[in-house]
Design a protein around this ligand. Structure first.
Ligand SMILES: Cc1ncc(COP(=O)(O)O)c(C=O)c1O
Length: 402
């Protein structure tokens, strides 16, 4: 007997699609495996080695037998070290009980939103925003309230923008600084302005600070440094992935009031349990790496972004704001939509990204992945030579727009 209907998938199971960034990176790998020369500018991770002290700590952890379950929230020594480290960075006191360790900042963000957002609650996002934020809200049945600051401000939101969307149904503001995909970094004054309406409200601030070490000029500021009184409604999501070139180790840190951290731990206890035991020992060692030791990595990405900007500047119609941090450039490509000299039409950034990849071997992430139609993201995590060659091809390809 044949079935009449497809097997049931749940609301959550159908709420979102696979991450667009990962999907395009997979297509780039597929084409490369088929023998094509591909310049892959989609990769969202440092092309930088994990520090030696971290590798040594991981070897030691295995030799010493740290191979079993740990406490769900992370080992007590790692939680204590995270609390100490971020008390100094944020200039507010954190206790170990206000810290949890997860499988990357991704899981911290998920835990934080799952612990605070009910179906129908509004969550404020600032576009363009990292691809998974909307997915979290959709899976939870929340309602996204999306701010769209203008390009002229490098898409940074102001306090007055935020005031227009905060209301009785707002549960949380999901904020990212430095920003993926634009590379923008909010200054202390900009944070003071943006967070002022949050101080006057009772919403949660969930602050994704995963790129905190990748700021090119001056220091990274957490909004907490400016408004310490927010600490009882503030969750920080960060971790080892980008700061210490440890994306594969899957270690994120969540810091927040004990009530929410307790809920986040309960959720994690049923879903994944503790983060990897060996990686936790490695992350403990990473926290001893100083800013001075990380300086070469920061310089490495800054120089690569500069090389990229130099090539892109040869095509004046291609606008791109100099990034203030991260390793991303966000190119404004809407000037290239329309009729091309070979007769084809390209009407959106998806079409443009497909064309660049399939015809020219240049993989970029279309702005739709970040809820912004007119741009594409370029990751400067290739060698300077590859950046020169790859973006040279991109510039030549864009010249074919008639
Ligand atoms: C803005 C942002 N937040 C969070 C993450 C996830 O970090 P992790 O790899 O630690 O889960 C990423 C990764 O690309 C990111 O770009």
């Amino acid at each position: 007997m044949s079935r009449m209907t497809a097997p049931h998938l749940s609301r959550m199971g159908t709420a979102v699609q696979e991450s667009a960034t990962l999907r395009r990176a997979a297509r780039a790998r597929e084409l490369r495996a088929a023998g094509r020369e591909i310049y892959n500018f989609t990769v969202g991770e440092p092309d930088y080695p994990t520090p030696d002290v971290v590798l040594a700590a991981a070897h030691r952890a295995i030799d010493e037998g740290h191979t079993r379950y740990t406490a769900t929230a992370g080992t007590p020594d790692l939680r204590a070290a995270v609390a100490e480290h971020y008390s100094a960075r944020h200039r507010v006191p954190w206790r170990a009980s206000q810290v949890m360790v997860s499988a990357g900042a991704k899981q911290v963000l998920w835990n934080a939103l799952a612990a605070t957002v009910d179906p129908g609650d509004e969550v404020v996002l600032i576009a363009p925003y990292w691809t998974s934020y909307l997915a979290y809200v959709q899976i939870l049945g929340g309602t996204p309230r999306i701010l769209r600051p203008p390009r002229e401000r490098n898409y940074k939101a102001l306090g007055q923008d935020l005031r227009t969307v905060l209301g009785p149904r707002t549960r949380a503001v999901l904020f990212n600084n430095p920003v993926n995909p634009t590379g923008a970094v909010y200054s202390e004054a900009e944070l003071r302005d943006l967070f002022e309406p949050i101080v006057d409200s009772d919403v949660w601030a969930v602050s994704d600070e995963i790129y905190e070490r990748l700021v090119f000029e001056g220091e990274h500021h957490s909004p907490l440094q400016i408004y310490p009184e927010l600490q009882d409604r503030f969750v920080v999501a960060t971790g080892a992935s980008k700061s210490f070139a440890m994306t594969g180790w899957r270690i994120g840190f969540g810091l927040g009031p004990e009530s929410v951290v307790r809920s986040m731990i309960s959720l994690q206890s049923h879903i994944t349990g503790n983060p990897n035991s060996v990686a936790q020992r490695a992350a403990l060692a990473a926290l001893s790496v100083t800013d001075a030791q990380l300086e070469p990595m920061r310089r490495h990405f800054r120089e690569r972004c500069d090389v990229a900007l130099e090539v892109l500047a040869t095509l004046p119609e291609l606008r791109c704001t100099r990034p203030e941090g991260t390793f991303y450039l966000f190119l404004e490509v809407d000037a290239f939509f329309g009729e091309w000299s070979d007769g084809q039409r390209i009407d959106d950034c998806e079409g443009l990204a497909d064309h660049l990849l399939e015809k020219h071997g240049i993989a970029v992430v279309p702005g739709t992945a970040f809820d912004h139609e007119g741009g594409v993201r370029v990751s400067c995590t290739l060698s300077p030579d590859e950046i020169r060659r790859g973006l040279g091809i991109l510039v030549e390809a864009l010249r074919q727009r008639s």
